[in-house]
Design a protein around this ligand. Structure first.
Ligand code: ASP
Ligand code: CP
Length: 311
């Protein structure tokens, strides 16, 4: 089964074969990127616009690189110096970009649902590059590709997602993807940072780090999303690290071959210590970034040539 949607707005709702299709295609782009060959005919004549209303290093750069590697014309809209500052609305901005015959619109916004709204208004295929606390679908795909390449599968693995679950779109997309693909997912963190209803998503909840990490195959750390916190949810960064920061001692509870992941950006000494983050025997954080380019190439390729159904 190929990917059957016009946009990529969320992982929730995708069928496992659609996820597998994107991962398989991304795998072929990993090999292409490493071979030094190019596929610049793939998106020749297509226009990709990056529209980021929130800060980004990895996602924006890798969409740009992915688009260029496939031959698209890539435009990075700098929202900070755009007419958004003159009061232009999101929808009027989108209509303006639409009039320029954009084919692929990559959107990051602090409001959950903003990419869905745009998808209803523009002709371009819309890709959610992170919307508020909702989803970050390409992050979950690149995480899954990284895991699958290292462990050979997703089904049956125990994945512990740790830290600020409540405010994390990365956690939400990963929970949907990994449970759909048959992994056992745990969420680990203080009660103030885990939504009560999370177990309804089919995950197990832990408030003790060592218990949550016990025999895990994958330990995925998350940054405290302070930009989305009301305040008072954690005592202090130092206290948070003591109980929930990943160090070699807590990691020892996981399987000896457990992989350490982090979507970035990292706050060293808050959710993860440098010794673990930089340990080439355990950490695949840089590999996640590499997989990000391949996954975004696969998504752009699929949406640029995929079905034009209205969903
Ligand atoms: N970069 C990821 C995101 O935008 C994770 C983070 O910022 O902590 O959601
Ligand atoms: N992981 C991630 O989305 O990173 P950026 O916020 O730097 O894009």
């Amino acid at each position: 089964m190929a990917y059957a949607h016009r946009h990529l707005l969320a992982i929730e709702g995708l069928e496992p074969p659609e996820i597998a299709h994107l991962l398989d295609l991304a795998e072929s782009y990993v090999l292409l990127n490493r071979s030094g060959k190019t596929a610049r005919d793939m998106l020749r004549g297509k226009t990709l616009i990056n529209l980021f209303f929130e800060d980004s290093t990895r996602t924006r750069t890798s969409f740009e690189l992915a688009g260029k590697r496939l031959g698209a014309d890539v435009i990075n809209m700098s929202v900070g110096s755009s007419s958004v500052n003159k009061g232009e609305t999101l929808l009027d901005t989108a209509a303006t970009l639409n009039a320029m015959q954009c084919d692929l619109l990559v959107v990051r916004h602090d409001q959950s649902g903003a990419p869905n709204l745009l998808a209803q208004k523009v002709d371009a295929a819309v890709i959610n590059a992170g919307d508020g606390m909702h989803e970050h679908p390409t992050q979950a795909l690149l995480d899954a590709l990284t895991i699958r390449r290292r462990k050979g599968r997703l089904a049956g693995l125990t994945v512990a997602i740790c830290g600020d679950i409540a405010h994390s779109r990365v956690a939400r997309s990963n929970i949907h993807l990994l449970t759909a693909m048959g992994s056992r997912v745990r969420v680990v963190g203080p009660p103030t940072l885990i939504p009560a209803a999370v177990e309804e998503l089919g995950v197990a909840m832990f408030h003790d780090m060592r218990a949550g990490l016990a025999d895990a195959d994958i330990v995925m750390m998350l940054r405290l999303q302070k930009e989305r916190m009301e305040g008072g949810l954690i005592p202090s960064s130092r206290e948070f690290f003591r109980f929930y920061g990943l160090d070699a001692d807590k990691l020892a509870a996981a399987r000896p071959d457990a992989l350490v992941m982090h979507p970035g950006p990292m706050n060293r000494g808050v959710e993860i210590e440098s010794r673990v983050a930089d340990d080439p025997a355990r950490s695949v954080i840089r590999e996640q970034v590499e997989m990000g380019v391949a996954v975004r190439m696969a998504v752009l390729d699929t949406l640029a040539h995929g079905p034009r159904r209205n969903d």
